[in-house]
Design a protein around this ligand. Structure first.
Ligand code: NAG
Ligand code: NAG
Ligand code: NAG
Ligand code: NAG
Ligand code: NAG
Length: 240
């Protein structure tokens, strides 16, 4: 049988289109979270008053290589910056958050040569985080933590106008502010060349539960973040 046999072509196409853990990604999402909202949900304490990194997530795959262990000594030079910009809000002195993110997302991001070591992965995330500089941009356009509420479009417009792409903005309902949604996560997306790209509104949302860092999708209703509602006032909580 020759290789051009329609059956073989069909089988080959089916094989290569199947979601494999080693499939190359097309988009990475830089996810920021707001410590005050996060800690209201997770009962932690944080006095951090800037957006911190949650992760850098490729759009293909989770846990792509379980034998590629996180090794903090490979990012030793980045640790001071990691502690500041990508803190574990639950366990500030632990590396467990970075380890989790590496195993779940980094090992998949590593499919690209640009991110194929732990050092490249974490330093690229930090680089993008500083380039985006979300906290400064929001502040520059008058979006600051406040006890007064914003409209959702005030916040979305600032981000969309400044970066010229669609972000994904997630909120959570907090027990103490039932009349508003609290700003929780802001995602900014990039293509494989790290150029800004529109985020899709409906893709996975990662959050945590009492059991630790884990994945929820945004149609699930548990305590996690959801894409903000357009018509509900937005609370951007100062740190508590
Ligand atoms: C608040 O932040 C400062 C540094 O900015 C730190 O020294 C202090 O321990 C923090 N307080 C709490 C309660 O976390
Ligand atoms: C998984 O990680 C290990 C350790 O770094 C490496 O030797 C191996 O080539 C990786 N496997 C794949 C399929 O990338
Ligand atoms: C972690 O990385 C360091 C530096 O590259 C290396 O010397 C060490 O052997 C690694 N540890 C493990 C457990 O792989
Ligand atoms: C990335 O850049 C390379 C070289 O400039 C180009 O060929 C490629 O099409 C770009 N990819 C994307 C997704 O923009
Ligand atoms: C989802 O949330 C609504 C409103 O808060 C609640 O009534 C409903 O029971 C929740 N559903 C699940 C599956 O938790």
């Amino acid at each position: 049988m020759s290789l051009s046999s329609p059956l073989l072509l069909f089988l080959a196409a089916a094989l290569f289109s199947a979601a494999s853990p080693y499939e190359m990604w097309n988009k990475v999402t830089l996810t920021h979270h707001w410590p005050s909202t996060f800690c209201s949900m997770e009962h932690c304490h944080s006095n951090i008053s800037y957006w911190t990194l949650h992760g850098l997530w490729p759009d293909k795959g989770n846990d792509c290589n379980s034998s590629w262990h996180f090794n903090a000594s490979q990012i030793e030079d980045l640790l001071p910056e990691m502690k500041k910009s990508w803190p574990d809000l639950l366990k500030p002195t632990s590396v467990s958050f970075w380890k989790y993110e590496w195993h779940k997302h980094g090992t998949c991001a590593a499919k690209a040569d640009s991110l194929n070591t732990q050092h490249k992965y974490f330093s690229k995330a930090l680089e993008l985080y500083h380039k985006v500089d979300l906290s400064s941009i929001l502040k520059k356009f008058g979006i600051v933590p406040s006890t007064k509420y914003y409209s959702f479009s005030q916040i979305e417009d600032v981000i969309q106008n400044f970066y010229s792409i669609k972000p994904k903005i997630q909120c959570a309902f907090l027990a103490k502010n039932t009349d508003a949604q609290a700003l929780g996560q802001i995602e900014i997306c990039f293509d494989a060349n790290f150029s800004l790209l529109d985020c899709e509104k409906h893709s996975g949302v990662e959050t945590v539960s009492k059991r630790g860092w884990h994945q929820l999708d945004d149609v699930s209703n548990t305590s996690g973040f959801k894409v903000c509602d357009h018509d509900t006032p937005v609370y951007y909580p100062p740190f508590s």
